[in-house]
Ligand binder design. Structure first.
Ligand code: ASP
Length: 323
């Protein structure tokens, strides 16, 4: 039996003409009624866990959702869990689960890009395909996945790359693990190697992301430093920042708080190629932690997990290097 946790998102939205815009309002029953054929795949149990648009999923809610997923996975009669989720933050919840839940049973996140009121509501097809993937023997051991528009992605890799197209998710540079063809799974890639899991009792918050642009300075880093436990920099290119950002980074490091470097580009690792003021090599010398090829939002989750587990800056650096 598959458990479907409904959390909200466009898959649960209506947007009536002349109304005030799309917002979650559908019940799980209404969504399931539209999802023809689900009972022919497997038995399902549903839970209305929440009715949140993606941007209303907080870190605390994400953590609570993870706990609920774990509870269901622990039930012997449950073979997998499907989570319907707002696509705006879907990749973050799916990544958090991938990094912190140990399970042989599949966990499949899905959503929709169009509401029930739109022509071509993609919710039911995505949900049906997510259930196919969660119920399949072939995906045991795959951990957390994202299934949208007939494509199966690893949650370690998937990201939303389009604001409105149905085909909004990708694993940039890597491609999906496979596709669905009339309910049949055609798998074409191995799952990525899973880094060691991080399973703290709680997530450390707040952890901020600061995005670099031409001429950025230290103001946002300084403001963040007052409350945040750690910061992730979405740097330029190979992992470089404008010179006026450097004093802000130095103040974080003097406080003994972790600064993790990622790139605002969509592919490749950050590295210590450049030795000019603000270049990655100089930042490394200052004590900045390299985030590898993680996107900033992934590095933030890893940092919240690592700090939550009580890791110090050197242990965090080791964790970011190893995975
Ligand atoms: N803005 C919506 C949300 O994340 C988009 C979606 O669900 O696809 O809730």
């Amino acid at each position: 039996m598959i458990v479907i946790l409904f959390t909200g998102g466009t898959i649960a939205m209506r947007s009536d003409p002349g109304g005030t815009g799309a917002a979650p309002s559908l019940t799980s029953k209404e969504i399931l009624q539209a999802t023809r054929g689900i009972n022919a795949v497997t038995g399902v149990e549903t839970e209305e866990w929440g009715s949140y648009p993606g941007p209303h999923i907080t870190v605390e809610r994400m953590w609570a959702l993870r706990a609920r997923i774990q509870q269901h996975l622990g039930r012997p009669e449950v073979v997998g869990v499907v989570v319907t989720h707002g696509t705006d933050t879907l990749e973050e919840s799916a990544y958090l689960v991938a990094r912190s839940v140990s399970a042989d049973k599949p966990i499949v996140f899905t959503g929709a890009m169009r509401t029930m009121s739109d022509l071509g509501w993609d919710g039911p097809a995505n949900l049906l395909e997510a259930v196919h993937v969660a119920a399949s023997e072939a995906t045991r051991g795959f951990g957390s996945m994202v299934v949208m528009t007939g494509q199966i992605f690893s949650a370690l890799e998937a990201t939303k790359t389009n604001t409105h197209l149905l085909d909004a998710f990708e694993s940039p540079g890597l491609g999906p693990l496979g596709v669905l063809d009339e309910g049949e799974l055609i798998l074409s890639r191995e799952i990525p190697q899973y880094p060691p899991l991080l399973q703290p009792a709680e997530l450390a918050t707040p952890v901020d992301i600061i995005f670099m642009a031409a001429g950025s300075d230290s103001r946002l880093l300084d403001a963040s430093r007052e409350k945040a436990r750690g910061v992730v920099i979405a740097a330029m290119g190979r992992g470089n920042v404008p010179p006026d950002v450097v004093p802000g980074i130095e103040r974080w490091i003097a406080d003994g708080k972790p600064v993790v470097l990622t790139s605002r580009t969509q592919g490749g690792r950050v590295g210590h190629t450049y030795g000019y003021e603000g270049g990655g090599r100089r930042l490394e010398d200052l004590g900045v932690i390299f985030g590898g090829s993680r996107r900033a939002q992934q590095a933030r989750i890893d940092l919240m997990l690592g700090l939550g587990a009580g890791l110090d800056v050197d242990e965090l650096r080791k964790m970011f290097n190893e995975s």
